[in-house]
Design a protein around this ligand. Structure first.
Ligand SMILES: [Zn+2]
Ligand SMILES: [Zn+2]
Length: 361
């Protein structure tokens, strides 16, 4: 094993994002707080597609994405206290934060203004870029590394690291408990995990989608109700039927946010958790908010404490995201990206077979 050259699969150009290629990179020099992780599984998150298409800017190349990473610790820095070699761990959307600002020192390091994304990020001290989990190894601070409970398999745990955490956090924020009426807009990667978590918390869950095409599968996921926003008069028919709406859909271009919000009872909360292209805005009339006592909020990932809690909750309640595993290589990454781009996966691709590919190449 060479710890100083990591092997990855990523894009060489944002225009040709559909042509992933193998490359090697030099990781940032190991700091005392860093752990080296030999990767064994990585989920393919919707964020991966946004990043490689340049939706969030075009910071550097080559770029390996992937931030739903599970692997084994192989080396620890001198100040690492949480882990030892052999531990099975996970990494999500962030790999570092400043550690000094008010947010970092008050348990919200995931909202640190200087936080470093696991890929598509730059370490402020060194200017070195981060590379994600479509790679043989990753080197990250122990602060954003988490022990995986033994009864969660790596394929199941991988999607929880970003998508699962992202879906779980707004349910905590909204105080979801037994009987809370939760609506989930969008039945995809993050949406299906949000449904699984909300059900496990005892909520009465409604799936909200543009048509009836996902009704059957939503019922299989365990939802109690289903609303199609193409149904004439749906906003009036189901008015006041929800306490919380979590929006996991990527865009509101086809449905006015106002009509979907009308499903909320007074004091309802509408929480946005997916990251659309940077230029997308939502339009809301303040009068509409005050007349209904609505709150509109955003939520990104979770803090380190949230992540530990989420993993234990998932283990205790046997939360099982629906995954399709594929062996990592250039061709299969290309296929998976193209299928995900068309929404053709139920519901999460997880890259596996790292040994096979990286030991051979
Ligand atoms: Zn900070
Ligand atoms: Zn993600």
């Amino acid at each position: 094993m060479s710890t100083e050259q990591f092997h990855a699969i990523g894009i060489e150009s944002y225009e040709n994002w559909q042509e992933p290629k193998a490359f090697t990179y030099t990781p940032q020099p190991q700091r005392p707080q860093d752990v080296d992780i030999e990767i064994e599984a990585c989920g393919i998150c919707g964020s991966d597609l946004h990043a490689i298409k340049g939706d969030w800017g075009t910071p550097y190349l080559p770029l390996a994405v992937g931030h739903e990473i599970i692997g084994k610790v192989v080396k620890v820095g001198s100040e690492v206290t949480k882990f030892k070699p052999g531990d099975r761990v996970g990494i999500g959307g962030l790999c570092d934060s400043c550690g000094e600002c008010r947010r970092c020192t008050h348990g919200n390091s995931n909202n640190c203004r200087k936080c470093v994304p696991t890929y598509h990020g730059t370490y402020p001290e060194t200017g070195l870029h981060t590379q994600g989990g479509y790679a043989d190894y990753i080197r990250v601070s122990e602060k954003f590394t988490f022990k995986i409970p033994d009864n969660l398999s790596s394929e199941i745990a991988a999607p929880l690291m970003c998508g699962g955490m992202t879906g779980f956090r707004p349910l905590l924020t909204a105080g979801v408990k037994k009987g809370t009426r939760v609506g989930v807009v969008g039945i995809g990667g993050i949406g299906h995990m949000t449904i699984l978590f909300a059900k496990a918390m005892g909520a009465e869950v409604t799936a909200i989608s543009r048509s009836d095409s996902k009704k059957e599968i939503a019922l299989k996921l365990g939802v109690d109700h289903y609303i199609s926003t193409s149904e004439e008069g749906f906003a009036e028919k189901y008015a006041d039927s929800l306490d919380v709406i979590v929006n996991t859909g990527s865009s509101f271009s086809e449905n006015s946010i106002m009509s979907v919000s009308s499903l909320l009872d007074a004091f309802g909360q509408f929480i946005f958790i997916t990251a659309p292209p940077m230029n997308e805005n939502i339009e809301l009339a303040p009068f509409f908010l005050l007349a209904n006592n609505y709150s509109v909020a955003g939520s990104a990932l979770g803090s380190p404490a949230d992540t530990e809690y989420m993993l234990q909750f998932a283990a205790d309640h046997q939360i099982k995201p629906w995954v399709e595993t594929i062996d990592i290589n250039e061709e299969s990454v290309k296929t998976a990206w193209n299928r995900l781009d068309k929404g053709d996966v139920k519901f999460r691709f997880v890259l596996t077979g790292y040994d096979k590919y990286f030991k051979k190449n």
